[in-house]
Ligand binder design. Sequence first.
Ligand code: B12
Length: 211
Amino acid sequence: MSFSEKCKNAILSGNISLAEELAQKVLDEKLDVNDAIDAFSLSIRKAGDLFEEGEFFLPELMRSAEAMKAAMTIFEPILMKGKEDRSLGKVVIGTIEGDIHDIGKTLVASMLGAEGFEVHDLGADVPISTFIEKAIEIDAQLICISALLTTTMDGQRKLIEQLKERGLRDKFKILIGGAPVSKNWVNEIGADGSAENAVSAVKLARKLMNI
Ligand code: B12
């Protein structure tokens, strides 16, 4: 069985210890962490598809998510390692209010941190005002807003609107992301960009900061 198939089995069966074992194997055998994250990400999305098709119910989706998080926790120190001694800029990141999905957001935060950004991760279900106050407080250059639900992505628009109302829009670059986010949505709400995964998010963050 290939590594991706093993990941899929671990995530779809919600087997936390197997997911951890596979992630640890990647580190022990010095395999490519990004490839492994891709394999796990495909697997958790498959769990989402099964949920949508009615094959999975919420408890099963939750168990799959627990297994996914357990694997990502093992990768976190590796993702954070390296370049933390320099700061490319200050970033505020979080998942917007009403939305508890945090796996993708945490990956983006870890990779931005590894790249050398100073990352302030506000967690999930974060009120719009908290994003704005934190960004002002730390004098951030970049605000990253994650939303995984079609119902919560409107929070990304509202956050930008509130910045405009307060005359603060030009003070920050704004990156948005999450599965339902499209280029059209970026244009519609006037964000500075979006990225489909953590690696592209880092590239785009660098570009926006002219690094
Ligand atoms: C895992 C999961 C859960 C877990 C979340 C656990 C956790 N701690 O995060 C649990 C089981 C708790 C859950 C709950 C729910 N979920 Co859910 N969930 C998922 C699932 C299967 C995977 C999400 C995920 O972790 N993907 C893996 C990561 C690595 O990918 P990612 O999140 O997309 O992130 C990447 C990119 O998007 C990007 N990115 C992400 N954020 C950002 C931010 C920036 C700034 C940038 C640049 C890039 C970026 O980079 C990331 C890394 O590569 C998705 C299915 C899917 N296709 O997305 C459904 C999904 C999002 N969930 C869904 C639903 C409906 C729910 C519930 C409402 C279910 C319910 N009835 O209660 C609740 C939501 C409760 C709430 N208020 O938030 C629907 C949403 C449908 C819709 N159109 O809105 C989906 C699409 C499933 C489906 N197909 O029906 N869920």
